[in-house]
Write a protein that binds this ligand. Structure first.
Ligand code: ADP
Length: 478
């Protein structure tokens, strides 16, 4: 692992690009993870040619071969979760158990889609015209460009790459600049598992250069993107202009509603987990804890106590519960939002920058109290260990505040009432609803995605992933 400069996988070869940069460890800035290079325009061109050239053979091989290779990728990942987890934790900063858990999930995703490669069934329908047969089948969409963010360095590339490959597509992965080591390790495993030359390519580079070149290339058939809303909308617009299939998973401002009949222990557990685990750097994080008046004081005092006792530290230290923020600019953004909240009259619990034994981007989790539902910190995605606690008078107001956001990724409710859980399940405007569970932390075999400004295009993961990675063909035979 740790391919360093030769980090670009182009037509089966690992090649060095231009302009090397160091990939530092956010838990310890004196520990460089590796030195990486940006793919050159010529390498991007070669990767695209390879993806186009290898498409006919990969799309036509027996699905059993695709199944076997994906299954092998899954096995190799699951055999190396410790090693992959360590690289991931050093590179991104989530704690080692979280990082190992993410690697396990990536392995399971490949195992799941290995089976899906064999289940790509179609339909036979009688025609309205006697003597005519109608068949509805699925074909690969073609060359898929996969653009991924830094916060899930192996799970997100896996949940895009596995279905793309299962249904016979070829891919070019463009991981986030901050996390090339984990992405390269995944692609190395794909090569070791027997992926034919040119079917999987990986280019390291900036979104505005390598990423946008790939999106704009006329040979790209589909773009699957996860990242910020601004970039996702730009990519969707560009794909619209060029007539490409596109899928974007973007931001969230996910509410967790605590109703008066909630089990207090459950409510505090799911709120701490949803708001602060993985340092709050999840698009499904609970950034708005909406608590009804009657339970507010009891909830707040327990939540505050738990927040203050969370152990912030080096991602590889077994006692750490909350790892560092990913980099300097995200740290400044988080701290900037704490200032904005104070300016809006909020009390900020925690939120101090910490100096620990190693020099890293450590921030104590922060709870913001006393903001109005339409304050900036309650409208804009922060993407750090920062959560607002919003007091509402009752269930109706809780629902109204929960839905008063442009985003709609995940939403949760804590209640012991069946009737209330049914109401929130129906009325929360989100692609995923969690009852008595954190808004973050989803299964790998069911659809993932949001409504409103959170998502564009078909769902990812589970059997629904097929809608994006295939196109439907209707055949009439007389
Ligand atoms: P984040 O703020 O989480 O880094 P971004 O949307 O900036 O979110 O980045 C997510 C991914 O999109 C990264 O791999 C990044 O390099 C890529 N990206 C950023 N801008 C563009 C662009 N204009 N075209 C294509 N990809 C881009």
């Amino acid at each position: 692992m740790a391919l360093n400069k030769k980090c670009n996988l182009v037509d089966g070869d690992w090649v060095s690009g231009d302009g090397s940069y160091e990939n530092s460890n956010p838990s310890d800035l004196s520990d460089p993870v590796g030195t990486y290079t940006h793919a050159t325009p010529a390498q991007a061109e070669e990767a695209m040619s390879a993806a186009v050239r290898s498409l006919p053979s990969w799309s036509m091989v027996s699905p059993q071969l695709r199944c076997d290779i994906l299954d092998r990728i899954g096995t190799l990942i699951l055999q190396r979760t410790e090693e992959l987890g360590r690289t991931l934790a050093r590179e991104e900063g989530k704690t080692l158990p979280e990082a190992i858990g993410e690697a396990v999930r990536a392995g399971q995703i490949f195992k799941y889609f290995a089976g899906e490669a064999l289940r790509n069934a179609g339909d036979y329908i009688s025609s309205t015209r006697p003597g005519v047969d109608v068949e509805v089948t699925r074909e690969p969409v073609g060359v898929c460009v996969l653009i991924t963010p830094w916060n899930f360095p192996i799970a997100i590339p896996a949940w895009k790459m596995a279905p793309a490959l299962a249904y016979g597509n070829t891919v070019i992965l463009k991981p986030a600049e901050l996390v090339p080591a984990t992405a390269a390790a995944l692609c190395e495993i794909a090569v070791e598992a027997g992926i034919p030359q040119g079917v999987v390519n990986m280019l390291v580079g900036k979104g505005k250069t390598v990423g946008s070149t790939l999106v704009g290339d006329e040979r790209t058939n589909a773009v699957s993107f996860t990242g910020s809303t601004e970039t996702g909308r730009w990519i969707a617009k560009r794909c619209g202009e060029l007539g490409k299939k596109v899928q974007c998973e973007m931001g969230g401002k996910n509410p967790m509603v605590i109703l008066e009949d909630a089990d207090l222990g459950v409510a505090v557990d799911v709120s701490i987990n949803g708001a602060f685990h993985s340092t709050g750097q999840r698009c499904t994080a609970s950034s708005r804890l909406i608590v009804v008046d009657r339970l507010f004081d009891a909830f707040f005092s327990k939540f505050k106590e738990r927040t203050e006792s969370l152990v912030v530290g080096h991602a590889l230290d077994p006692s750490t519960q909350i790892g560092p923020v990913v980099d300097q600019s995200q740290l400044e953004k988080d701290i900037g939002y704490l200032e904005i909240a104070r300016g809006d009259g909020a009390d900020v619990i925690g939120g101090q920058q910490l100096s620990l034994d190693t020099d890293g981007y450590y921030l104590r989790p922060a709870a913001l109290v006393g903001t109005s539902p339409d304050a900036r910190v309650n409208r804009e995605e922060i993407f750090g260990p920062v959560a607002s606690i919003i007091r509402v008078k009752d269930e109706d107001e809780a629902l109204e505040v929960a839905n008063a956001t442009p985003f709609g990724l995940s939403a949760g409710v804590c209640t012991t009432s069946l009737a209330r859980s049914r109401r929130f399940k129906r009325e929360l405007q989100a692609g995923m609803v969690m009852v008595n569970l954190p808004t973050a932390g989803v299964d790998h075999h069911v659809p993932f995605g949001g409504t409103k400004a959170s998502s564009i295009g078909p769902r990812e993961q589970g059997s629904h992933a097929r809608d994006f990675y295939t196109v439907v063909k209707t055949t009439y035979v007389a």
